[in-house]
Design a protein around this ligand. Structure first.
Ligand SMILES: O=C(O)CCC(=O)C(=O)O
Ligand SMILES: [Fe+2]
Length: 223
């Protein structure tokens, strides 16, 4: 799955996330809901952008759906099953290929804070972020996760206009640093502050999506 997917993706143009919010820039192939959120609501252009996203992924001509492969692996032993979440009955995006060659700032992801009300047609009791690594640099590119959940006082450390925080926000919290290998996947608690270190050498490309555990016991994904 890795060779075929990266072989196809490498030939395609990636786009940057909104440059004001995401600096240094992070490239992506596909659409993420975070770029289509205003006042805690998903804007209509998310759904239009998803149509193009689906065409772009189909045009890669892969013999399988890599996000489906990832979901199947993740849900294989989960009794409640796994599927792409819906909002207003419409299927959310399955995920994106992300390329944070210059790293991700220290940040956290929490759909309950980012969106008002339920993002999905479900009540989430836990959240996870899934990443499957398709290409990794020879140096750098580590994922760092701190044992620190967002607290209102942390806003003093926010980089103005950015999704990120000054690294001082985590103080001397314990952390784990993961150096991903091609073919590996990780599931993290994205409500803990985390970052990706800048890469040197090859591109750092991962398939990523968010995962929520619903009150019904199902795992629901979105991108
Ligand atoms: O690429 C990674 O290792 C983590 C990226 C990230 O910030 C996330 O998945 O929420
Ligand atoms: Fe994140």
């Amino acid at each position: 799955m890795v060779e075929e997917t990266i072989g196809a993706l490498e030939t395609r143009a990636f786009e940057a996330y909104g440059r004001k919010r995401v600096d240094p820039p992070v490239m992506r192939f596909g659409v993420g809901v975070s770029d289509h959120c205003r006042n805690g609501l998903v804007t209509d252009d998310y759904w239009t952008a998803l149509e193009r996203h689906r065409k772009d992924w189909a045009a890669l001509g892969l013999s399988f759906d890599p996000f489906e492969t990832c979901r199947a692996a993740l849900g294989a032993d989960w009794p409640g099953g796994i599927r792409v979440g819906t909002r207003g009955g419409r299927s959310m995006g399955a995920g994106v290929a992300r390329e944070p060659n210059q790293g991700f700032q220290v940040h956290f992801d929490d759909a309950l804070r980012e969106f008002s009300g339920d993002l999905l047609d479900a009540t989430l009791v836990s959240q996870f972020a899934f990443n499957a690594y398709l290409s990794v640099p020879s140096a750098g590119g580590e994922t760092v996760i701190w044992r620190h959940l967002w607290h209102p006082e942390d806003e003093a450390f926010r980089i103005p206009g950015s999704y990120g925080y000054d690294e001082a926000v985590v103080g001397d919290a314990e952390f784990v640093e993961l150096a991903p290998e091609v073919g590996e996947a990780v599931l993290i608690n994205p409500r803990c502050f985390h970052a990706v270190r800048p890469s040197r050498g090859a591109r750092r490309i991962a398939l990523g999506f968010a995962v929520g555990l619903s009150l019904t016991g199902e795992l629901l994904t979105w991108g």
